[in-house]
Design a binder for this molecule. Structure first.
Ligand SMILES: [Zn+2]
Length: 517
């Protein structure tokens, strides 16, 4: 039954693709929409403007293959019981000192329940003997999180769970370069989702983001910042994930941070050198798929949004192809683009969410939030995923680079829309303020965005112009290479920049930053 379906879809896709490619400018322009930007837009991770009415067609993506979700199966509905009572041995011996997470997650989609067995193999790279380990438990801030135990060698360990801080006390100090394996079991009664954040359930999907305890980075102490309404607060070390998922119903499609593979009755995903593993489940998802470089890109959308699902797939294919040359190879083997009922877009490793409103207002043009915000979230695969940074204290390190990555996308892929992009995304707001503003300092969301994101893009453009193309891209590649799978600071950024140019950039630093870099 799968083959005819796939063939039908493939043929349909080819017809659509060839139509778009052969006659890109023949389509009727969309209905004009009056644009009024709201300078006091609600706080969201990726600020945007309403849709523009100019019409630039987006070509169809390079077609690698199509993907049709499996039809519903008739398996009896089981109860939500743990089946991974004894965790299987790791399938491979970890060769790196990165923290290794192995999860078995059983999802009751319609009941909004999750049961998880998790093991964390942590190697102490702090240089100090540790008597406790701090894990971050974001679900405990949202309600419904219940931790059943924390074990080491089958022995229960003492712990304190306060808010999102889980302190696990070790029976004896963990010496530098030594490893401890923690086994945890927890359940989540998944809360209802709000439009400000993907985590939780709504009528269309269940999103699991930062849904398991993970070890806080250590840098002169455990790094865990307070939440801020202006921007993200979490800091992550790169880690390796093996995530096994099973649903109690058979008709659920799962978008995830990795490529699915069978593992007995489980579906297994592996993701190495990543900050976090996210997934989104829905009983309605449709999927189109393409390849770009080494990445398998899948666009998950709801029925009725085929055009938009293809458009963002196409934009992502082009963005990945462009940035693989300009920055670094795409860091993972896959990218899932997930439509969701949100105010905005949100990035995770190998998975991005995009607001349904962008799909609704899509005008068939690259001059749209769907494409601009979509590729912004794709850029976070390099500036957040590959090169980590402190999102709370130095948010410009990922956000300014991602906004500027949008500029590069339009400059090289849609040069006729390059000026439009600067006016639509940056100049309209007359951005000002120090680029190195933290998520705790700005008086308003608009002030924060203007300084960190938009003036950050102005700075990147000034830096690019000062250095010239060759030195600028050599710098970005050097920066991604040195700090890939690690974390960079502003000092690192400027040190690598200066090593790649003979130009004096000190006046730019003084103009845009208050820090003396
Ligand atoms: Zn962003």
């Amino acid at each position: 039954m799968r083959l005819p379906l796939r063939l039908t879809f493939l043929i349909l896709f080819l017809i659509l693709a060839s139509c778009n490619l052969s006659a890109p400018k023949q389509a009727a322009p969309p209905t004009l929409v009056l644009v009024t930007a709201d300078p006091n837009a609600s706080p969201t991770p990726t600020p945007f403007q309403p849709a523009d009415s100019n019409y630039i067609p987006v070509n169809a993506p390079t077609l690698a293959s199509t993907f049709t979700p499996l039809p519903p199966t008739n398996t009896p509905l089981p109860t939500l019981e743990f089946t991974a009572t004894v965790l299987p041995s790791p399938t491979t011996v970890p060769s790196s000192a990165r923290t290794q997470y192995t999860l078995y997650a059983l999802l009751d989609y319609y009941g909004h329940q999750l049961a998880v067995d998790e093991t964390v193999a942590y190697t102490n790279q702090t240089g100090l003997a540790l008597s406790d380990i701090l894990l971050i438990v974001e679900p405990n801030l949202r309600g419904g999180f219940a931790l059943e135990h924390v074990l080491s060698n089958s022995n229960p360990l003492d712990y304190d769970l306060n808010g999102n801080r889980l302190s696990v006390y070790l029976p004896q100090p963990l010496m530098p370069n030594s490893q401890v394996t923690l086994a945890m079991r927890f359940r989540i009664s998944i809360p209802a989702k709000v439009k400000e954040h993907p985590y939780g359930y709504d009528v269309d999907q269940v999103n699991l983001t930062d849904w398991y305890p993970f070890v806080a980075p250590y840098s002169n102490g455990w790094v865990l910042h307070e939440e801020s309404y202006l921007g993200e607060h979490l800091v992550y070390d790169a880690a390796d994930f093996e995530v096994n998922v099973k649903t109690t119903e058979g008709n659920i499609v799962i978008a995830a941070s990795g490529v699915p593979e069978p593992n007995g009755e489980w579906t297994r995903y592996r993701l190495n050198g990543a900050r976090t593993f996210a997934l989104s489940a829905s009983d309605q998802f449709k999927v189109v798929e393409a390849a770009s470089g080494g990445a398998q890109i899948r666009s998950y959308y709801y029925p009725g949004y085929e055009t938009q699902g293809l458009a963002i797939l196409n934009a992502a294919v082009r963005a990945v192809g462009l940035w693989e040359g300009q920055f670094a190879p795409y860091p993972y083997s896959s990218l899932s683009i997930v439509q969701a009922d949100l105010n905005d877009g949100q990035e995770y490793d190998g998975l991005i969410f995009l607001a349904t409103k962008f799909y609704n207002e899509y005008n068939g043009s690259a001059r749209s939030n769907l494409v601009a915000i979509g590729v912004h979230e794709v850029a976070h695969q390099w500036w957040f995923g590959l090169v980590g940074s402190d999102q709370a204290l130095e948010p410009w390190l990922d956000e300014a680079l991602c906004v500027y990555s949008e500029a590069l996308f339009y400059r090289y892929i849609y040069p006729n829309s390059y000026d439009w992009w600067w006016n639509f995304r940056v100049n309209y707001f007359g951005p000002s303020g120090y680029v190195d503003t933290t998520v705790y300092e700005a008086p308003t969301f608009r002030a924060y965005v203007n300084a960190v994101y938009l003036n950050g893009a102005n700075f990147m453009e000034a830096l690019h112009y000062r250095m010239g193309d060759d030195a600028f891209f050599r710098f970005l590649q050097d920066y991604a290479s040195r700090y890939g799978r690690g974390r960079a600071t502003a000092y690192d950024f400027f040190a690598v920049a200066r090593q790649n140019t003979t130009a004096d950039i000190s006046d730019l630093v003084r103009a845009y930053f208050r820090g003396g870099y």
